[in-house]
Design a protein around this ligand. Structure first.
Ligand code: AMP
Length: 174
């Protein structure tokens, strides 16, 4: 199995969820036991020598990859969720969307000072979501030691919203 096979399995869905967006559908990757394993092995492989304390997985497709990677690495997983979903006391960060803003949350006791955390999501677009997740972790005293994505839409320059961070993606779309 190769990175090219992962690229080929990702399905472009035009005009979803709204006109003008090409949605990168990763469900064919999840459905293939070989490709799903390949993605998990590639990302986990980058941290086997220096395991983070936690993976912070972004709702909702980040949860799918994040839980398998955390299991493989033997570390815990922390859900970063859309506002209003986490039951305990939270801290929140907002970020700009094309129209309006979105807000994500973290439990206020999710991370302790000095914890090393890797952020995982399926796709890096503008970097707004991942940047807000990194700020949440840093506000609690955590150190973001990497940000991992399956797909990066490089033309949206999401990395510019993640300055000073290690950012990796398996599939880059120019
Ligand atoms: P952003 O904050 O702009 O980097 O957007 C990243 C988040 O939106 C991720 O959680 C993605 O799952 C989702 N997303 C943004 N654009 C797309 C796209 N073209 N296809 C699939 N998911 C997307």
């Amino acid at each position: 199995m190769s990175v090219e096979s992962i690229r080929q399995a990702i399905r472009d869905v035009k005009d979803f969820p709204q006109k003008g967006i090409v949605f990168k559908d990763i469900t064919p990757v999840l459905k293939s036991e070989k490709l799903f394993k390949e993605v998990v092995d590639i990302i986990a492989g980058r941290y086997e020598k220096k395991k983070p304390d936690y993976l912070a997985a972004i709702e909702s497709r980040g949860f799918i990859f994040g839980s398998a990677i955390a299991y493989k690495l033997g570390c815990g997983i922390i859900p970063v969720r859309k506002k209003g979903k986490l039951p305990y006391k939270t801290i929140e960060e907002s970020y700009a969307l094309e129209y309006g803003t979105a807000t994500i949350e973290l439990h206020e006791d999710a991370i302790r000072k000095g914890d090393e955390v890797v952020i995982i999501d399926d796709l890096l677009a503008t970097g707004g979501t991942a940047g807000a997740a990194a700020r949440l972790i840093e506000r609690l005293g955590g150190k973001v030691t990497g940000l991992e994505f399956v797909i990066e839409l490089a033309f949206l320059k999401g990395r510019t919203n993640l300055p000073g961070h290690l950012v990796n993606s398996i599939i880059v779309v120019d």
